[in-house]
Ligand binder design. Structure first.
Ligand code: IPE
Ligand code: IPE
Ligand code: MG
Length: 251
């Protein structure tokens, strides 16, 4: 009850100030959450999918434009086959169960990554959800699946070369899987790890970074509000001096 009040008052504060347009999250720590409870790792992934629901709902509620979630990396294919299979199953279940919520809340869902490596039953559900939700105009929810940031940059470069386009910054931007998303403002990683693990390498050039010790299954509405609140207290200088930034903000 007390926590609910805290979330409500923080939500009000956060909504009154400029929001990050695009938040990305490295959702880490599901395995450790489960292991700490003597449960199989998959139980942690299942609990983590509850955090996905909660955080997506809050993102929509405060009015974020884009939320990008790192759900499965290309490197994660090397995990034990039963964990990989369990994660794919969970992903399919998530897509089935969230359909109504996504449509009711005007969320546009799509995925980035080496999507052709995903099993057919996941690809089909993703494609169906993408098509159904593409007319929605609320939050853009992007799932990074079999995602590999260096591969994204490489494929963009290959495509530009094949098209005979000289590769300047805009040409690369236009060929990345993230094309069309707003500039990344805030990158969050849970579970106390302080690394980027091959996520949005190009896009995080000027993103604010936030690290929390919380494991992903413990990261919910309030925790999203807290990282956004922290972001809003920062001064982003983009190479300028603090005085220049203050003068610009007064203008
Ligand atoms: C993140 O949690 C989810 C995926 C990478 C799929 P982990 O499964 O990496 O959890 P830890 O890091 O082992 O605790
Ligand atoms: C990063 O987590 C990928 C996702 C959260 C999906 P990992 O647990 O795979 O990253 P490392 O291995 O600790 O770098
Ligand atoms: Mg991990």
């Amino acid at each position: 009850m007390a926590e609910r009040t805290l979330a409500e008052s923080l939500r009000e504060k956060v909504r009154a100030r400029p929001l990050p347009r695009h938040v990305a999250i490295i959702m880490d720590g599901n395995g450790r959450w489960a292991e700490a409870r003597g449960l199989p790792r998959l139980a942690g992934h299942r609990e983590g999918s509850e955090s996905v629901r909660a955080v997506t709902r809050e993102a929509r509620r405060i009015g974020l434009e884009a939320l990008t979630l790192y759900a499965f990396s290309a490197q994660n294919w090397s995990r034990p086959p039963d964990e990989v299979a369990g994660l794919m199953q969970l992903l399919a279940e998530y897509l089935d169960s969230e359909r109504a919520e996504i449509m009711d809340n005007d969320v546009r869902l799509h995925a980035i990554g080496e999507l052709d490596r995903l099993p057919g039953f996941v690809r089909e559900r993703l494609e169906r959800m993408r098509q159904e939700s593409q007319g929605n105009r609320g939050l853009i929810l992007t799932l990074a699946l079999s995602y590999d940031a260096r591969e994204d940059i490489a494929q963009a470069a290959r495509r530009a070369a094949a098209e005979g386009v000289s590769l300047d910054r805009d040409a690369l931007d236009a060929r990345l899987w993230t094309v069309g998303l707003p500039e990344l403002d805030l990158l969050v990683r849970t579970s106390g790890e302080r690394r980027v693990s091959n996520f949005l390498l190009w896009q995080c050039a000027y993103a604010e970074l936030a690290f929390t010790e919380l494991l992903w299954p413990d990261f919910r509405e309030l925790e999203l509000l807290q990282v956004v609140d922290d972001f809003q207290r920062r001064e982003r200088r983009f190479g300028l001096t603090g005085a220049q930034v203050a003068a610009r903000d007064r203008a």
